[in-house]
Design a protein around this ligand. Structure first.
Ligand code: SAH
Length: 302
């Protein structure tokens, strides 16, 4: 999974209608604006530190960062922009919108400053392990084709995600700050196979076209919270994306945008529906906040 995704992201921009999948910030500017407003609110309440830094893990096309930073600038935020991104293709795309950003290969390379961090659909791309009866399920070449070695009740875990969240929490604990982690996933460990492949906006077989299709697995938010606490940070309750965006006023933002752009009212309403409705992204996608003990908890959680 790690090798396939490294090749996959290094060789293309997978986002948008011509690619393989679409993400919340690509659906509507409202998503990034609300993320930015929440980060800016924490920054203001923590005393507007001039050394606070905007950080994004896996920023894709840089759309979320553009919308968030526009909202944060209205609150007076002018800090540096740091991206953790391994794909050269996506780094080039991000540089178009964020020419002054700084790029890093890993969380450990981030500056030692208070962080205002967001990771949307980043953890799902990090590799998972699957076990059946306690034995790791692997892939072999059987009869000239790739095949899984065993079937049965599958238990997933992800050391790569645990390490990423622990590293991020440790940074927050050391230097202060707040993080929003948004992804599709479930609240606590449960048996099940969530590994999936997407190609051209359709589900595909996981072992088809290695490195040429998007591989993800649902995020175990219980494990995220545990890793964050182990790293020395505090966590908010888990919220569904729909509840979170609604508590933070997406309806008002949609109304204001529709008044400014009356010709786009239908498209704005459709985007809000897609982000919030329980049948769409509203319930499967979850949001959790992670913050240092000396920074306020982000808004929007029950
Ligand atoms: N956050 C964006 C893009 C999500 S796609 C959005 O919401 O639109 C996943 C992103 O994570 C891509 O930018 C991809 O290149 C990056 N990525 C995947 N694996 C990574 C890794 N191991 N280290 C750093 N970035 C990674």
């Amino acid at each position: 999974m790690e090798a396939c995704n490294a090749y996959y992201y290094a060789t293309r921009d997978p986002l948008g209608a011509d690619g393989d999948f679409t993400t919340a910030p690509e659906i509507s500017q409202m998503f990034g604006e609300i993320v930015g407003a929440v980060l800016a609110d924490c920054w203001v309440r923590a005393g507007k530190r001039a050394d606070a830094t905007y950080v994004e893990l896996g920023p894709g096309r840089g759309t979320l960062a553009a919308d968030a930073l526009r909202a944060m600038a209205r609150a007076g935020f002018q800090g540096e922009v740091h991206f953790v991104e391994t794909s050269p293709v996506l780094r080039a795309e991000q540089a178009v919108r964020h020419p002054n950003a700084h790029w890093h290969d890993a969380i450990e390379e981030l500056p030692r400053a208070p962080l205002l961090l967001v990771a949307n659909e980043f953890l799902d791309a990090l590799p998972v392990r699957q076990r059946v009866d306690g034995i790791e399920r692997t892939i072999e070449v059987i009869g000239g084709a790739l095949a899984f070695t065993r079937d049965g009740v599958i238990i997933e875990d992800s050391p790569a995600r645990r390490d990423a969240v622990a590293a991020l929490a440790q940074r927050l604990a050391d230097n202060g700050g707040v993080a929003l982690v948004i992804d599709y996933g479930y609240p606590a460990s449960a048996p099940g196979d969530t590994l999936q492949a997407v190609h051209g906006h359709q589900f595909a077989h996981i072992l088809d076209r290695p490195g040429e299709q998007d591989l993800t697995a649902h995020v175990n938010f219980g494990a995220v919270a545990e890793a964050a606490r182990d790293g020395g940070a505090e966590v908010t309750p888990l919220a569904t994306q729909g509840d979170w965006l609604q508590r933070l006023g997406i309806a008002k933002r949609a109304e204001a945008l529709s008044e400014t752009f009356p010709g786009r009212a239908k498209e704005i309403a459709a985007a809000r529906h897609r982000l919030c409705d329980v049948q769409e992204m509203g319930s499967l996608f979850k949001v959790i906040g992670i913050h240092s003990t000396d920074w306020p908890a982000p808004a929007g959680f029950a």
